[in-house]
Design a protein. Structure first.
Length: 278
């Protein structure tokens, strides 16, 4: 599933082709699931002829600020992505399927053509993404229900400690709760806890201040690095757990040879290293 770095990459892709441009053509798929709350026809009418002033993101949500309300809000779900003719699709580590090189590719839900000839599409094979219309995205659901964004407004250690002290759930579950940390998903949570040397099953309210400080430092560093390399997994440092956490591989180890174990926390598969994480 796309997490904050992948979604920020999508925002950058959209910004590069859409910002400052007028939407001349809108083609929408007939999909009442993805177009939740607004018909594809209404989406088309709202976007056609509008100038894109900016492309914004919070957590896993992206929206276009247009020269006229309402504004479109995009969520990629498990398999969604923005693509242009010039950009290769981003391959998620959780997907072993071949990439679709056709244009527009299968499962295209919206196809925008701009006044300079640029094109942007959003794909969504499993139909868990959403394309909505909002008058005030930051102050309406789903964004209004989100917690802090680790890239945009990560709390200081003291405030983060207060937020965690109010949570009794396992720290892995808390990190993945979008009302707590917007944009953090499974692989980021596992990576942060691995590097911070905190067991995923620890109750959030039991973390000591030094542990909260470590967790904050690693969350900030991991998200910023992943964003800086455009979420290209082969550019992640070799020592990251990311490269060895997938598939519940038996006898999997870290780069240093420490055994990796897989358990379920909060209903999600969790990779961790018991010899390191306490």
């Amino acid at each position: 599933m796309p997490e904050l770095p992948e979604v920020e990459h999508g925002r950058c892709v959209a910004e590069g082709v859409a910002a400052g441009r007028v939407i001349r053509s809108v083609r929408v798929a007939r999909d009442p699931i993805v177009y939740a709350g607004a018909s594809p026809q209404r989406i088309g009418r709202a976007l056609r002829g509008r100038r894109v002033e900016a492309v914004r993101r919070r957590g896993k949500q992206i929206w276009f600020e247009l020269d006229h309300l309402p504004w479109p809000l995009f969520h990629f779900g498990m398999t969604g992505a923005f693509r242009t003719r010039c950009d290769a699709p981003l391959h998620l580590a959780s997907s072993g399927r071949r990439l679709d090189a056709s244009w527009p590719p299968r499962f295209t839900k919206i196809h925008l053509v701009f006044d300079d000839g640029g094109e942007l599409i959003m794909t969504n094979a499993r139909r868990l993404g959403r394309i909505l219309l909002r008058q005030d995205p930051l102050n309406e659901p789903p964004i209004s229900r989100l917690g802090f964004d680790p890239l945009l407004d990560l709390p200081r250690s003291g405030q983060l400690a207060k937020l965690l002290k109010a949570r009794r759930s396992p720290i892995k579950t808390v990190l993945m709760d979008q009302s707590f940390a917007a944009g953090v998903g499974n692989w980021i949570a596992d990576e942060v806890l691995y590097q911070a040397e905190i067991a995923p099953t620890r109750r959030a309210n039991t973390l000591a201040i030094p542990e909260v400080q470590r967790l904050r430092r690693r969350l900030k560093a991991i998200v910023e690095l992943a964003v800086r390399v455009s979420a290209e997994k082969h550019r992640f440092p070799r020592h990251w757990l990311f490269h060895r956490r997938w598939g519940k591989v038996q006898d999997a180890t870290t780069l240093e040879g420490e055994p990796i174990r897989h358990i379920t926390v909060g209903g999600r598969t969790t990779a961790w290293v018991p010899s390191r994480q306490r």
